[in-house]
Design a protein around this ligand. Structure first.
Ligand SMILES: Nc1ncnc2c1ncn2[C@@H]1O[C@H](COP(=O)(O)OP(=O)(O)O)[C@@H](O)[C@H]1O
Ligand SMILES: [Mg+2]
Length: 270
């Protein structure tokens, strides 16, 4: 959205951009509960699974978790390039942890697990956040429980948080991945939001973008909910489209009559 459109709408920044500061994330009770459950698992030095359809807000929950956990006690490492084989996966992990990458799979694994040991000696708990984990290579998924094993599997020195599409849960049900699944204490799911939540989300995003009045009629918000299926990323895209359209037509509020045909051309699948 360009500056002229923002001025016309009385906004100081694009309201539905992905560039939202962690402190401005929308956190209704239902979403806060997911963050709390993840934080509790990590504080208890456990591992967790978080699944949900694309765009429902999983990665934003990780950002809220980052904001929640004190940096001096938790070392969060975020990895989202999930399609690597085992050796490259551990090499990526070495780089993300600031370790020099080693040549062999065994020495890479050793470097990562020694680092985890070292952090625990400094009273820092490492947390490995694996986003897009439904894409993880079977060799990596089948090996992760070994990374969670310290001192004859008697010490919880590392938390792994696996985040991905619902099919990740099915994959973890395969016998090869049961050792990992059984170590994921917290198993959480984010569902698309309700119609009331959609309205609240739209108002929240507009408010932090500087809006001083409603920009969507009640019926327009309902239509946006219907067409987005309560999925944030689709909602952002359609709401942005609707606002650009209202500026083009030199009107002040998005109403259902103008929005309906627009959404017809830009449905969820489009
Ligand atoms: N809690 C939230 N507060 C504000 N915006 C959100 C929130 N959750 C999701 N969004 C919006 O929806 C988009 C998609 O969310 P994201 O967390 O990337 O989804 P997922 O990881 O499930 O695919 C984000 O870029 C952001 O614009
Ligand atoms: Mg994501």
């Amino acid at each position: 959205m360009n500056d002229q459109s923002l001025v016309a709408l009385g906004l100081c920044r694009p309201p539905f951009s992905k560039e939202i500061p962690d402190s401005d994330l929308w956190m209704p009770t239902s979403r806060q509960t997911v963050v709390d459950d993840l934080a509790e698992a990590v504080e208890a030095r456990q591992s967790a699974l978080l699944v949900g359809e694309p765009g429902v807000g999983k990665t934003c929950v990780l950002r809220a978790l980052r904001r929640r956990l004190p940096g001096e006690r938790y070392r969060l490492t975020y990895c989202h390039n999930a399609t690597l084989g085992r050796r490259d996966f551990y090499r990526q992990l070495c780089l993300a942890l600031g370790l020099s990458p080693k040549a062999t799979a065994a020495s890479l694994f050793f470097a990562v697990s020694s680092h985890v040991h070292e952090l625990s000696g400094n009273r820092v708990h490492p947390v490995l956040l694996l986003d897009e984990a439904h894409l993880l290579h079977p060799d990596v998924l089948g090996h992760l429980h070994i990374l969670l094993n310290y001192e004859w599997d008697s010490k919880a020195l590392l938390s792994v948080v696996l985040v991905g599409l619902p099919e990740l849960e099915d994959r973890l049900g395969y016998s090869a991945h049961k050792p990992l699944l059984s170590r994921l204490n917290a198993r959480l799911r984010i569902a698309p939001v309700s119609a009331d939540d959609t309205t609240e989300y739209l108002q929240h995003r507009l408010k932090i973008a500087g809006a001083s009045k409603e920009l969507f009629s009640r019926e327009a918000a309902e239509l946006l909910h219907e067409h987005s299926g309560g999925v944030h990323r689709d909602l952002d895209r359609l709401a942005d489209l609707a606002l650009r359209d209202v500026v083009r037509r030199k009107r002040k509020v998005v109403d259902a009559d103008h929005l309906r045909p627009l959404l017809g051309q830009h449905s969820r699948a489009a």
